[in-house]
Write a protein that binds this ligand. Structure first.
Ligand code: ADP
Ligand code: MG
Length: 708
């Protein structure tokens, strides 16, 4: 029982403090003083009036001017909720939705989840009382599925529109259509200073309301030579700033690409400072650095953002925040006067020709670079260190970032649009329409997995799939698991796939942690390995201690458990029964194959596979359990393709080639699949353009088939 209680304690400590902040000096006067000092406050009356008088308003303001935290409150005060309707405010990032909801609840002096709440995937912190609702743009899209007119809302704020997230873009298109139908609905699109005119045009010259800026000059310092290792360069720069200035002369914000870089950078800075301090004091080891506190910010687990990062530290102490591009616009950290920008971010990039999405570290755009630098000048003049040369900035960087819709897989989006009754997805009003090949590839994929029929109409399966907040393939696997008699196990696997970093691999104990990981291996399948981890954790009664002992990330498992609960609720609502297959794990592999037959590969050498669909060479990821088999299994399906130095397939399960023939009939069959058949109406592209490539692909598949 102690362990079970342990879980609860940990939960209470980590994220859900329901509007209570231990580290917040929240007197009413202080809160009011801060609110009144924000640029938005000076234009409050005017802003509310403009929104009242127009159906759509574009609100433009520097980051930190109060758009996200203040605007919903102004509208609330302005009577937008008087008839019981809600104000929605969407965020592209889960972390932001949660953190601003907390902030606004505490500013209004209410309990989080009551008048002010938030809703993100797998987590709903709202109630009947909720009037201001922060949510991810994806959640609002899902709500539109159930209620196409979004009748509950009097006003919808599409926040952070300049980010051009895929869901935001789809939402804007839906709203454009909805506005004619709901004359009473107010739409506010907020944007940092970039991109605003585009939104105004999209909504037929909607008024643009500018919140006057108040920023201080930022000196830009470029690297003289191209930087080879940006982590090392960032560490050096941070240490240099800290060594040469007073600790209370401004905090440091470092932009890195992703979780891994962020963690390594933070760790190395700490090491470096500890060494320097020890040397300067002439001692061998220095334990406690007392004038710096290092924070990391990335979006893996929203609950992990410490409230402390928003405040300046008391005493002669400096904050060093290492963050991903989350800190560019969605979170404002006060007190920053030094920015270090590595010049890169992680982007999801889709290649429709080979049909895969991959996270690629890519150079940021000039607009992003300026946004990053600007963070140094919010409260006083500052300095931005750019870890790239001036020539790179002006010759190699794009002026603006490429919107997500132009570069990612659209299968989920297309499925959603189809279930919203948008038949001709190519004619949907996108701010920037996606490339037609990407749309076709998505239609293709949905057809392969049976979500669409040949005419491009939603099938019964597709309809079911749209009800789950999951990737189409994962969703299909889960849906077919009841028929396979293994839904109990599959819902666990799907939940485990939905959380980051199950296995903990600390730098200094890699060998030990690898050994610990290998004890969970089920050599036929990484999916089953995940199931194995969860089952053993369950047997330990969800123990924290058990996780630590086995190098397992407790928080990730806890999150998987929550997600599992959520998914089971959705399954019950949709009459999908929970059945267990017991120890017959072949059934589970077969079920996985049913959802992933389009991502299959055949062994081609040591650690090497060849994609059955594209003929591309793939590498089995070094962490895979399949290496435990001796000989690699001849046929596999994979969950994910990771493109780094090589094309790695991750989370892989060995399958029987006959299953592939059974579930991948359309792919691994001599019958040709004509992509153009999938599009219901002829659209403005030339089908002939696609011809030869298609034939090439079909020949390739046929060749593979013969090899089968
Ligand atoms: P914008 O949306 O225009 O970028 P915000 O409304 O997010 O601006 O921020 C306004 C102010 O509120 C900033 O000074 C920011 O530091 C502060 N703030 C936002 N979130 C928090 C929080 N969780 N805790 C403390 N201060 C916060
Ligand atoms: Mg904001």
């Amino acid at each position: 029982l102690g362990d079970v209680l342990g879980v609860k304690d940990e939960q209470a400590l980590s994220s859900h403090e329901n509007g209570r902040f231990k580290d917040e000096p929240a007197t009413r006067e202080e809160i009011d003083r801060v609110r009144k000092s924000l640029p938005a406050y000076t234009v409050k009356a005017n802003l509310v009036q403009t929104i009242q008088e127009n159906q759509v308003t574009i609100v433009i303001g520097e980051t930190g001017s109060g758009k996200t935290t203040q605007l919903p409150q102004y509208l609330f005060d302005g009577g937008f909720c008087s008839d019981g309707k809600l104000i929605a405010c969407t965020q592209p990032r889960r972390v932001a939705a949660m953190s601003v909801a907390k902030r606004v609840a505490s500013e209004m002096g209410v309990k989080l989840g009551e008048e002010v709440g938030y809703s993100i995937r797998f987590e709903d912190e709202t109630s009947d009382k909720t009037l201001i609702k922060f949510m991810t743009d994806g959640i609002l899209l899902r709500e539109a599925l159930l209620d196409p007119t979004l009748d509950r809302y009097s006003c919808i704020i599409i926040d952070e529109a300049h980010e051009r997230s895929l869901n935001t873009e789809v939402m804007l298109g839906l709203l454009k259509r909805l506005l004619a139908q709901r004359r009473d609905l107010k739409v506010v699109v907020t944007s940092a200073t970039m991109n605003a005119a585009r939104f105004a045009n999209f909504f037929g010259n909607a008024p643009q309301f500018n919140i006057p800026g108040r920023t201080f000059p930022v000196q830009l310092i470029y690297s003289k030579y191209p930087v080879e290792d940006y982590v090392e360069a960032a560490v050096m720069q941070a240490v240099r700033i800290h060594a040469s200035t007073e600790a209370n002369s401004g905090d440091i914000l470092i932009f890195m690409t992703g979780q891994e870089d962020v963690e390594v950078t933070a760790e190395v800075i700490k090491e470096r400072l500890t060494d320097i301090y020890a040397k300067s004091k002439g001692i061998a080891r220095f334990e406690e650095i007392d004038d710096v506190k290092i924070f990391t910010v990335y979006s893996a687990l929203p609950g992990d953002i410490q409230n402390e990062i928003f405040h300046s530290l008391s005493g002669n102490k400096r904050k060093i925040v290492v963050a991903t591009n989350i800190a560019e616009t969605s979170l404002t950290i006060d007190g920053v006067r030094h920015v270090i920008d590595c010049g890169y971010s992680k982007l999801k990039v889709y290649n429709p020709r080979i049909g895969l999405d991959s996270l690629i570290v890519s150079p940021i755009s000039l607009a992003n670079a300026n946004q990053r630098s600007g963070r140094a000048g919010r409260t006083a003049p500052g300095t931005a260190y750019r870890l790239y040369t001036e020539e790179t900035a002006f010759e190699d960087m794009y002026a603006q970032a490429i919107p997500e819709i132009q570069r990612t897989n659209l299968s989920n989006t297309v499925l959603l649009l189809k279930s919203l009754g948008v038949d001709e997805v190519a004619k949907f009003p996108f701010v920037d329409p996606p490339p037609i090949q990407t749309l076709l590839a998505s239609l293709n994929e949905l057809f392969f997995i049976g979500a669409l029929d040949k005419g491009g109409n939603l099938t019964a399966l597709g309809n079911e799939m749209a009800k789950f907040p999951l990737q189409p393939s994962l969703c299909k696997t889960l849906l077919s698991s009841a028929q396979h008699g293994c839904s109990e196990e599959m819902v666990t696997i799907v939940s485990m796939l939905s959380v980051p970093q199950i296995f903990h691999r600390p730098k200094e104990r890699q060998k030990e942690s690898d050994a610990a990981r290998s004890r969970f291996f089920v050599p036929e399948s990484d999916h089953l390995t995940l199931l194995n981890v969860y089952s053993q954790w369950k047997s330990s009664r969800y123990s924290h201690r058990w996780c630590t002992k086995h190098f397992i990330n407790f928080k990730s498992l806890q999150r998987a458990r929550e997600i599992r609960g959520q998914l089971i609720k959705i399954m019950k609502k949709n009459h999908i029964t929970l059945v267990s297959t017991g120890t017959d794990w072949d059934t589970i592999r077969k079920c996985i194959c049913s959802g992933y037959a389009h991502q299959a590969a055949r062994v081609a050498g040591l650690g090497k596979y060849i994609s059955l669909r594209t003929g591309m060479e793939l590498q089995l990821h070094p962490t895979s359990a399949l290496y435990g088999l001796g000989d690699l299994p001849p046929y596999v399906v994979y969950n994910e393709l990771l493109m780094t130095t090589k094309e790695y397939i991750c989370c892989v399960t060995s399958v029987d080639p006959f299953w592939l023939m059974e579930y991948g009939t359309l792919l691994y069959d001599i019958k040709k699949v004509n992509i153009a058949d999938l599009v219901r109406h002829p659209i403005e592209y030339s089908a002939a353009d696609e011809g030869p490539k298609d034939e090439e692909r079909d020949n390739e598949i046929n060749r593979k088939l013969r090899a089968l």
